[in-house]
Design a protein around this ligand. Structure first.
Ligand SMILES: [Zn+2]
Length: 237
């Protein structure tokens, strides 16, 4: 049972003054506009497609729906902690934006930390989540070490807070460094991309389509963000 503690309401919320960028991968109507998706953008190292449709479970539950559900839940949790939250899209029935624009939205908000949320479409026998970390380039060079620390906090909270194991096929121990993703190449804030599980694996798909897991995952993300943001409160960029 919880009782009101005198003075509790006047206590500063843990994320007051913090800005968090959330990028829910893809968008629900991306499949309707292939010409837009195939537009070539600069990802910091090379040109690539503006966006993709994302993957889905064998049962047809789509990645954009999954990422949107988790992002929405995460946003509510972070706002309750006092954070200012910036999202790269505002619903799951639109197209885009392109991946370079998503990075710019979070950069321009001067977010203290950012998270790109995805689900993977891996080999059906493979399981688990992978945290993708940036590789130093001319855009992200000031946030390589902070992104690495952020990734380690996130990994611990996801392992502690959910039933999802680290990936059996992507990277090692739940980490992979990637230099081919705009969200990581172009970031100027501490940023990781998490493939929350393999939507093509039956066990992972069962978890990822359940509201219970989605809520637990969002809770783990929120805890990780709070831990990271408070620990690194003296690091300004
Ligand atoms: Zn994706």
């Amino acid at each position: 049972m919880q009782t009101d503690v005198p003075g509790a309401t006047s206590r500063r919320k843990p994320l007051a003054g913090k800005t968090v960028g959330i990028d829910p991968g893809h968008n629900g109507k991306n499949y309707t506009d292939p010409a837009y998706l195939h537009r070539q953008i600069w990802n910091g190292r090379e040109r690539e497609d503006c966006n993709t449709t994302g993957t889905s479970t064998n049962g047809g539950y789509t990645e954009p729906k999954f990422t949107w559900r988790v992002a929405k839940r995460l946003r509510a949790l972070l706002k309750a902690e006092g954070a200012h939250v910036v999202m790269t899209r505002h619903n799951n029935h639109g197209v885009g934006p392109c991946v370079n624009r998503r990075a710019r939205i979070i950069n321009q908000a001067h977010a203290d930390v950012g998270i790109d949320i995805h689900g993977d479409g891996g080999p059906s026998s493979g399981r688990g989540f992978a945290i993708l970390l940036p590789v130093r380039d001319r855009y992200n060079k000031h946030v390589i070490h902070s992104s690495d620390r952020w990734g380690h906090v996130l990994r611990r909270k996801v392992l502690n807070g959910t039933a999802m194991p680290t990936s059996t096929y992507d990277g090692s121990n739940g980490f992979n460094h990637r230099n081919d993703l705009a969200g990581l190449n172009l970031t100027k804030v501490p940023m990781v991309l998490i493939e929350c599980g393999n939507m093509r694996n039956a066990t992972d798909a069962k978890l990822m389509t359940s509201k219970r897991f989605q809520h637990r995952l969002a809770r783990a993300f929120a805890k990780a963000i709070t831990t990271f943001a408070l620990r690194h409160r003296h690091h300004h960029h």
